[in-house]
Ligand binder design. Sequence first.
Ligand code: GDP
Length: 452
Amino acid sequence: MREIITIQVGQAGIQVGNAVWEQYCAEHNISTAGKQQRVTKDNSFKVFFEETSSGQFVDLEPDVIDNMKSGPLGSLFDKDFLLSGKEDSANIFSRGCFLGKQILDKMDDQLRKLADNCDNLMGFMVTHSIGGGTGSGVGALIFEGFNLYYKKKVRVGCSIFPSYSISSSVVEPYNALFAVGSLLDFTDIVLVFDNESMYNICQRNLHIAKPDVSNVNRLIAKVMSSMTVSLRFGGELNASLDELQMNLIPFPRLHFLTTGMSPIVSKMDVNTISNDVQTITDECFKPTNWLVHYNSFDPMDDKYMSIVLNYRGNITSKEANTSIQWLKKNDKVRLVEWCPTGFKIGLNDIPATILEQDDIGAFSKNAVMIANNIGISRMFNERITRKFDLMYNQRAFVHWYLGYGRRERQFGITRQDLGYLERDYLDVLSEQITDEAVDDYVNDDNNDTNYY
Ligand code: GDP
């Protein structure tokens, strides 16, 4: 058995995580009290669930908020792994780091217990937001810890980015900049989510006049369940977390991914649309069905480096391949010139489970796209660096960060690194391999390829 440990950090991380666990429980017939209601022969679900001697299931996650214990999923989790501090982070990244250090030993110990208990740990998935103080600051401590102890495991961030026009605190750009700096250095894959895009989907597709975070969290849960479906169930063309990483990430720094899903249609509209494979594939690539940055996406310039398309329901590989050929032929998807294949397909015959509390309608077939699209770089600029520059040029609010141990030069270094990241995304459009890249390759000690 290869396991994944999930960690939920901060308010958004916990709430999104809860929605995801509800989804996993429903898909594996496990009650929220932790009992498996119908025993199945397929044990793949144990990738995420761990069974105790009392026959209950315990999640594989240390956590930071006490009130999980009294929530509806309280008895699903082992209380020892619900960790909390005494004060909140007041929306300041460095205060989150400062307070997080007080419970760091406990976090590390509990994480080690979970990791030691695994047969063959595949990796970690962390849900958090990067605009607040806890998800960003404590998240950064957790990612640094991975880098010390679990560097060879796949480290996945499921990260809610600040929105363009809605913000919960004025210092979101500072928090997000530091958090992206740590995601950049210490994770292998980041699924980027944008609340504003998801609110729009809820209004436009699901007819919810005033959506709130619970509606949005249910959308994220659907995407994450489809991303992990091949880990939790057997199926044709399945991929492990390592294979996902290998297929999606052509360059280590460029690991911030775009997700899309289809159908996203309300329960009352289910009978009004077609559910054939070509339609759901086409819809999946329309930016209006994306959970991130759709309004700033440019279909002509923003090319894909790689795409994983996970289908669920009764779909054959022939049908999937035909739809992908159709997409390419009709110029619906533009891949970078140096990666013409670009697609990895996953097939799982169990459709996504629709829960009573879901706004989305049930379909016998659905698709989730996880893609490495260079358009994500615009998101860094619009959501983080541009706003950061405006505030930091005046040194506004900087003293709050210095007061909790951040040094002034860390602002400049992290800002510069994000600038390089934006440029790295644009560089992949160039077909010319640079002399510098060739030199790096030739000088790399680990590279034993012979040159003639
Ligand atoms: P933290 O606990 O200090 O990390 O702060 P939060 O998690 O509340 O981070 C604030 C950001 O997260 C803001 O952009 C909020 O809009 C967003 N947020 C808070 N709760 C949720 C949630 O349950 N779901 C989603 N999708 N976003 C949330």
